[in-house]
Design a protein around this ligand. Structure first.
Ligand SMILES: Nc1ncnc2c1ncn2[C@@H]1O[C@H](COP(=O)(O)OP(=O)(O)OP(=O)(O)O)[C@@H](O)[C@H]1O
Length: 278
């Protein structure tokens, strides 16, 4: 079995949940390739299997068929080298923000000393605009600030891969856009490989190098759009003719995935998934 040259690779992954009503097929021959230090966004109809995909990549679940590769290793058990952030940033109220950010260092083995980790946590908090809040408790912060702290926590241990499962979904539009820019700042400071699950097409185009559109359940990679915008983007880039064109393509692909449109009337661009993954 050949190892994978990608940071994340799914090869022909098929998975069904066992339910009382019988097997529920969720993924069907799903193949995805994400190179090191690149950012992939996954979009698709509600309930098509996006969160299932994150559980497979982090090793919390094993697929019925196919392989999941992470940093050239076959994933067969939970991976400490994966950082995760979710829609609800669960921070521990009895710890300060700094102590919350440092939490993974107590769980994951790392070559960093305690002093190095603390210096890194303080630096990350400054980078995301939380300088001065290190000693506050989570309840003293706004939702957007808590999500910023949660992002710092997810990368404090320098994970191979960062998995973001709709981390900005519960925030108001302005805070969300602010956090998108923070993501670009973080990536500029320290490259990492990221898999983002989102329902927001603008978010996917603003943040990602490739946008993978999943089909309806059981999901396969229906379409892959390579985002050809500048590396570090400004919000104005979202209003460029090219960004508007890409958003139209993605909107159409989501409609195809939902069974509300066919490929016959597709805007012309991008790569059908099969081509991009050849
Ligand atoms: N542990 C489980 N047991 C049985 N069925 C499950 C389990 N987890 C998820 N499902 C079902 O599998 C399907 C895919 O779920 P998943 O959460 O991966 O979808 P999703 O694309 O992330 O959904 P959404 O867009 O609504 O967040 C759904 O129908 C869900 O009800």
């Amino acid at each position: 079995m050949a190892s994978s040259p990608y940071m994340i690779e799914l090869r022909e992954v098929t998975h069904a949940y066992r339910t009382k009503a019988g097997p529920l097929p969720v993924l069907d021959s799903l193949s995805i390739k994400i190179p090191e230090n690149s950012f992939a966004a996954v979009v698709g109809p509600s309930g098509c299997g996006k969160s299932t995909l994150t559980r497979l990549v982090s090793g919390l679940m094993k697929p019925n068929e196919g392989q999941v590769w992470l940093h050239s290793q076959l994933v067969t058990s939970p991976r400490p080298t994966v950082g995760m952030a979710f829609q609800n940033p669960v921070l521990l109220e009895w710890r300060t923000i700094l102590q919350n950010v440092l939490l993974p260092m107590e769980i994951v083995r790392s070559p960093m000393s305690r002093a190095e980790a603390e210096a890194r946590a303080r630096h990350l908090l400054e980078l995301v605009g939380l300088k001065g809040f290190e000693d506050k408790r989570p309840s003293e912060l706004s939702g957007g600030m808590r999500q910023r702290a949660s992002l710092c926590r997810s990368i404090i241990h320098k994970p191979d891969v960062l998995i973001l499962d709709e981390p900005f979904g519960a925030l108001d539009a302005f805070t969300r856009e602010d956090l998108w820019c923070t993501m670009h700042d973080l990536r500029e400071e320290e490259p990492f490989t990221c898999l983002l699950i989102t329902h927001d097409l603008r978010e996917s185009v603003f943040l990602a190098d490739q946008v993978i559109v999943l089909s309806g359940r059981p999901a396969h990679a229906q379409y892959v759009l390579e985002v050809d915008l500048p590396g570090k983007r400004s919000l104005d880039d979202l209003y460029s003719p090219r960004a508007v064109e890409m958003l139209a393509i993605l909107r159409h692909q989501i409609q195809v995935a939902q069974g509300r449109a066919t490929d016959a009337d597709a805007p012309l661009d991008g790569h059908p998934a099969a081509e991009a993954h050849a």
